[in-house]
Design a protein around this ligand. Structure first.
Ligand code: PBG
Length: 329
């Protein structure tokens, strides 16, 4: 008789296991603001908006935990935003300053920057908004130049990688050309290639104050009801345009997509466990409805099993600690 249980003894389980997770796989998203005190994000208990003054300390923690790196998101006061998102590509922008600080104070840490405009525009859209005959629209090609400027300013500040997330057509090509033309051909692009218009970004938008003031992002982010064709098309385009790493976002609700992309492109694949996924796990854990540690690690193992090399997760620091505890002293 076939008996799968024969391989489930304590000594054999680890030997036959195929999927591994280590802190090096994890990337911690960080919200950075200019000054003031750190503030906890209401819908993301345990996640903070950090002032620049404490960003090096958090960077030290990430390095000490053995994480793969951090990815930075800027948080601006309402009054500092404008229609063109100038804060995204300002030389003294909050993300640019945070990158310089981290590269100086925590040299061993990999620092990536999210490349988008929605945290810096007063209307909250990811690009240049125009009035058309049937309402507003986001002007794709006018936005490309601003995204390229943003990526270049991040590279100039010392970013180890830039991560375009605006879902404008041609953004990877525009950024690649800008970087190459300015002497930053060595800076890789982590592309949010397959990014859905998702309700699971809600807590992030609270954290960054980046919810659209009118309309939604369905005109540029992907339709969750679209079939696999849309994911393949987006990934193939970013592949051709020169992305170095392809990412799927959100993670767990799109595990099927992640799996389908695996092996189709000769590039690493990442997954982003987004703010709403964090919020769900955290809320249930705080109520005692889930064993947080087991539920979080199980979700991350699922992403590794589906084929992701790198995992962006707000749980990165805790998960790294849990993984170390699992290994023992
Ligand atoms: C910027 C961006 C968003 C997220 C990452 N980059 C917000 C959005 O698209 O609305 C969401 C990340 C998360 O929910 O954790 N465009």
């Amino acid at each position: 008789m076939e008996r799968p249980r024969r391989l489930r003894s304590p000594l054999l389980r680890p030997l036959v296991a195929e999927v591994e997770l280590s802190p090096k796989r994890l990337i911690l998203p960080l919200f950075v603001k200019e000054g003031g005190e750190r503030e906890e994000v209401p819908s993301m208990p345990g996640v903070f908006r950090h002032p620049l003054s404490e960003i090096a300390k958090v960077g030290e923690q990430a390095l000490g935990a053995g994480l793969g790196g951090v990815i930075l998101f800027g948080v601006l006061p309402e009054g500092a935003k404008d229609p063109l998102g100038r804060g995204a590509y300002a030389e003294e922008g909050v993300v640019q300053r945070a990158i310089r600080l981290l590269k100086r104070e925590v040299p061993g840490l990999l620092v990536m920057a999210d490349t988008c405009l929605c945290e810096y525009t007063d209307h909250g859209h990811c690009g240049v908004v125009r009035e058309g005959p049937s309402g507003f629209y986001v002007d794709n090609d006018a936005t490309l130049a601003l995204l390229a400027r943003t990526a270049l300013s991040q590279a100039q500040a010392g970013a180890d990688a830039v991560a375009p997330s605006a879902m404008m057509d041609g953004q990877v090509r525009a950024i690649r050309e800008a970087l190459d033309g300015a002497g930053y051909a060595h800076v890789p692009i982590l592309s949010y290639a397959v990014k859905y218009a998702s309700a699971f970004y809600g807590p992030f938008r609270e954290a960054a104050g980046s919810a659209p003031q009118f309309g939604d992002r369905a005109g540029y982010q992907m339709d969750p009801r679209a079939g696999l064709w849309d994911a393949l098309r987006e990934a193939a385009l970013d592949d051709l345009e020169g992305a170095d790493i392809l990412m799927v976002k959100p993670a767990l609700p799109y595990l099927d997509v992640l799996r389908e992309l695996k092996g189709r492109f000769a590039k690493p694949l990442f997954a982003y466990q987004v703010s709403g996924e964090y919020a769900m796990l955290k809320a249930a854990a705080l109520r005692g409805w889930l064993d947080e540690r087991r539920a979080v690690l199980e979700s991350l193992y699922a992403l590794r099993r589906a084929g992701a090399q790198g995992l962006l997760t707000y749980y990165a620091l805790e998960a790294a600690r849990w993984l170390r505890e699992e290994l023992g002293p």
